[in-house]
Design a protein around this ligand. Structure first.
Ligand code: DAT
Ligand code: MG
Length: 135
């Protein structure tokens, strides 16, 4: 069992894309082992995005991710699940996110880019602990 963490960001929830995005993971064969619709509080958002603290987009990133309900989920696969999910999400820059990926099919913005996915096994463990401490 190998897990990773995703957030369908407030833009994705607002646009009604929860089913579309979770459906892609389910069709791929990943199992949803936890899911919750939650408006992330500011302290948790700052902790989650700590690696970006000090960057010019940090404040807008935190206010965006806390701007409304987000869908938090833990996905489980057999191995390298974080990497499988990142590949399905696509590149951060919309100019580089390939068709067939979530961002490449559904988004066109650098900030409001629908979904977050952990970027390493260590990040996955840290983020699952931050958002689902009882899991
Ligand atoms: P990712 O979400 O692909 O892991 P990241 O961790 O580098 O990307 O950045 C986190 C989020 O911050 C990203 O989804 C969108 C926003 N962001 C990143 N770089 C940015 C930039 N140069 N300008 C504006 N927003 C940016
Ligand atoms: Mg990241």
């Amino acid at each position: 069992m190998n897990r990773t963490f995703i957030i369908i960001k407030p833009d994705g929830v607002r646009r009604g894309l929860i089913g579309e995005v979770l459906g892609r993971f389910e069709e791929r064969g990943l199992k949803i082992v936890a899911a919750e619709l939650r408006t992330i509080d500011t302290a948790t958002a700052i902790d989650h995005y700590a690696e970006h603290d000090g960057k010019p987009f940090f404040d807008s990133l935190v206010s965006f991710i806390t701007s409304g309900p987000a869908l938090l989920a833990v996905l489980e696969g057999s191995a390298d699940t974080w990497r499988t999910v990142r590949t399905m999400i696509g590149a951060t820059n919309p100019a580089d996110s390939a068709p067939g990926t979530i961002r490449g099919d559904l988004g066109l913005e650098m900030g409001e880019n629908i979904i977050h996915g952990s970027d390493s096994a260590d990040s996955a463990e840290r983020e699952i602990g931050l958002f689902f401490p009882n899991l």
